[in-house]
Design a binder for this molecule. Structure first.
Ligand SMILES: [Zn+2]
Length: 401
């Protein structure tokens, strides 16, 4: 079914608001005033120094085009970069996991109406932090959320990586499930464990709190190496699940996919890159009334269906001595390659030492022309159709698999 073009579908600021946001004439976001050449030259002329200004001599910056990404964990395009950034962050703290262990916390489905309710209950009450920090005295831990793909309906479960090095040595009786610090008189049925992690206590608490259970993830000795364990756990964030994500996750705003303990400190899942202005502003502290005005956060399914369908430009502004980012606008960044005046440059990835292509314009007038090309009802209508079909594809993947 074809729906008529409606700009609000895109939920993006139109031409007017872009200009209001700082763009001068035309659509380019160019907040700076031109250099005061006239003033300068007249002063110099008073000093009897002859000055002629040639505007062509002022070199224009390179206007580099970027693709605007949704940065959602549910986006197949964005999660890889985020996952790798988190992995790097974690690897830098691998030394904190002296005795790493991997477990999985699962949900007892009888306690809940649906997966979303279970997720909300566990998160809202901060049960995992309570369990690990307060009850089990684990200092360093991190959990990673995954939706159960194989046996069912996308119920949440949490992979946890913990460091048990601080836990004391204890004696444990398998039959009675009792544990104690001192050696029992009769050691029959008892075993001494270094860094004793009391799984029975965990099961008891998870049952009491009406959550579910906790299980050893996999019995692999390689997980005794912190780096192996980190590799294993972040895999769930980097890889896109075969079935994609269940409906409830695609419609749940504010899903958390990982959380480190306080002792582990903050972790970054943001690929190291300069951020466009729009995203920088999102993270800034807001005035209270601004918060009230702020519209409801958008659904993940809407965000990920639009990923990569907006472009923005960046350029170095000599006057301000800083990078300027234009506001993201609807359009395919790749289309620049077919536009007259587009230039391909090479950039170097310092990490991999590999060159990669960047595209842009040498002249502001070309940028403006590109913006005008995309400010076209038919093209925006076509984009809306792309978004809609992506959305349907994402929504149906789980059930079709
Ligand atoms: Zn994305």
């Amino acid at each position: 079914m074809i729906t008529p073009y409606n700009p609000s579908v895109f939920n993006v600021s139109g031409v007017d608001s872009r200009i209001a946001a700082g763009g001068a004439l035309g659509m380019l976001h160019a907040p700076t005033a031109p250099p005061p050449q006239a003033v300068l030259s007249s002063i110099l002329e008073l000093e009897r120094i002859k000055v002629t200004f040639d505007h062509q001599q002022l070199e224009e910056p390179f206007y580099k085009i970027h693709s605007s990404k949704c940065k959602s964990w549910l986006c197949p395009k964005c999660r890889v970069g985020k996952g790798l950034a988190l992995k790097e962050s974690l690897m830098n703290k691998a030394y904190l996991f002296k005795e790493p262990r991997l477990y999985t916390i699962t949900i007892n489905r009888e306690f809940f109406k649906n997966p979303a309710e279970a997720y909300h209950y566990v998160m809202d009450n901060k049960f995992i932090a309570r369990l690990l920090t307060k009850e089990m005295k684990i200092k360093c831990w991190i959990w990673i959320l995954e939706a159960q793909e194989k046996n069912g309906d996308g119920w949440p479960h949490w992979h946890i990586l913990i460091d048990v090095a601080d836990l004391p040595t204890k004696w444990y009786n398998r039959t009675t499930k009792k544990s104690q610090y001192t050696k029992p008189e009769n050691t029959r049925g008892w075993r001494k464990y270094n860094n004793f992690f009391d799984l029975n206590k965990i099961h008891r608490l998870l049952h009491k709190w009406k959550i579910g259970g906790c299980y050893l993830s996999e019995k692999k000795s390689s997980f005794k190496s912190p780096r192996h364990a980190i590799n294993y756990i972040v895999k769930y964030l980097i890889k896109t699940p075969e079935r994609f994500f269940p409906q409830w996750m695609l419609h749940y705003t504010g899903l958390r996919f990982y959380n480190p303990s306080k002792a582990l400190g903050s972790m970054s899942a943001e690929p190291r890159k300069v951020k466009p202005k729009e995203q920088e502003e999102e993270q800034e502290e807001e005035e209270p009334e601004e918060k009230e005005k702020k519209t409801k956060p958008r659904l993940p399914i809407d965000r990920i269906s639009e990923c990569g369908l907006k472009y923005y430009f960046s350029y170095y502004d000599i006057e301000q001595d800083k990078m300027i980012f234009t506001e993201p606008a609807w359009g395919l960044p790749g289309s620049i390659q077919k536009i007259l005046g587009a230039v391909e440059n090479k950039d170097l990835n310092f990490k991999t030492q590999k060159e990669y292509s960047i595209w842009g314009f040498k002249h502001k007038k070309d940028v403006e022309r590109f913006e005008h090309i995309w400010d076209n009802e038919d093209l925006l209508y076509a984009l809306a159709e792309v978004i809609e079909s992506k959305k349907q594809e994402y929504l149906n993947q789980w059930d079709e698999a």
